[in-house]
Design a protein around this ligand. Structure first.
Ligand code: ADP
Ligand code: MG
Length: 293
């Protein structure tokens, strides 16, 4: 159940597009020294697009797009939506998927046209005791060097394609990071995505501390570890996989554009999903507390 959202300080919060659950939330904000930021959908737009398809020998682009598109249609991940959209645009109707499974932090699996199809991180292939063939591994490395996300796609028991999906930083993210620093706060990027992609996005927005390849269940541990070191942590996130970390953080800030689960786990909601509002929220809390004390 969501507690009734209250508007902060004489409507100022509302004007700034910040919804707060209760005045006591502000208490913890004063000592925040670290701001942990989820990558996808928080620092980046999360509106990914499919930019390339690499296929193994003997595999057709359309076959790969049809199977991956059909599978990803059942997933809500931004990567999945990019692939499903591209497939539907190119091929129209896609086959149905059966026995769809979300493999937490790894990707997805389902049965399309009677065969098991997987899409996600290359670690997914471990369960099939498979690896990417050399040409696909090279394509993956090239994509990641460019800061894009490579999705391994397999069916019929082997890795058969790599899809390249691109996400971009939100236009205001770099400015918001600069402002967080100016407030004396240390920004940290936290993501399930791989290290190369994470570092590329971090460099674009000016973050130098990156924690990548973190499983959803382990995001909360990252926050606890910082707290055990005496850091006081704000966490900004949008996804179901961020909810536990948002709840654990001394201050949880959810993107209003994100999932309900993230919003419910948080102390504050940034209505427009703009990181500049996180800066406003922390400033506002400091100012409000200044007048209360
Ligand atoms: P994040 O929100 O940081 O992307 P997730 O835990 O949701 O973290 O996913 C971790 C990684 O697993 C993603 O970065 C992506 O590489 C892969 N992944 C998850 N879901 C899918 C999917 N439906 N299709 C392809 N890859 C996926
Ligand atoms: Mg996210």
């Amino acid at each position: 159940a969501t507690p009734t959202a209250l508007l902060v300080g004489t409507g100022r919060g509302a004007q700034l597009g910040i919804l707060i659950k209760g005045p006591e939330v502000l208490e913890s904000t004063r000592r925040i020294d670290t701001v942990v930021l989820d990558k996808t959908g928080t620092v980046t737009t999360g509106q990914m697009s499919l930019v390339d398809i690499h296929v193994a020998d003997g595999v057709g682009d359309e076959e790969a797009l049809r199977l991956a598109g059909a599978l990803e249609k059942a997933s809500e991940h931004p990567i999945a939506q990019a692939i499903a959209r591209a497939a539907a645009d190119k091929l129209g109707d896609l086959p149905a998927v059966e026995d769809f499974k979300n493999l937490e932090g790894l990707g997805v699996q389902g049965i399309v046209d009677g065969q098991v199809v997987i899409a996600g991180r290359t670690a997914l292939l471990d369960s099939w005791s498979q690896k990417l063939p050399a040409d696909l591994a090279a394509a993956k490395a090239g994509a990641e060097k460019d800061g894009n996300t490579a999705v391994a796609v397999g069916w019929d028991g082997a890795a058969r394609a790599v899809f390249v999906v691109a996400d971009t930083a939100k236009p205001t993210s770099a400015e918001a990071i600069t402002k967080l620093r100016a407030l004396g706060l240390k920004p940290v990027l936290l993501t399930g995505d791989n290290s190369a992609v994470a570092h590329s996005i971090a460099a674009q927005v000016g973050i130098d501390e990156v924690i990548a390849e973190v499983m959803p269940k382990d995001k909360v541990e990252v926050i606890s570890k910082f707290q055990a070191q005496g850091r006081v942590v704000a966490m900004v996130g949008d996804g179901v996989n961020d909810a536990a970390a948002l709840a654990q953080a001394d201050l949880g800030l959810a993107m209003g554009t994100g999932t309900d689960v993230a919003i419910e786990a948080s102390d504050l909601t940034l209505v427009r999903g703009d990181l500049l509002a996180a800066v406003d929220a922390i400033r506002l809390a400091r100012r409000t507390l200044g007048t209360i004390k």
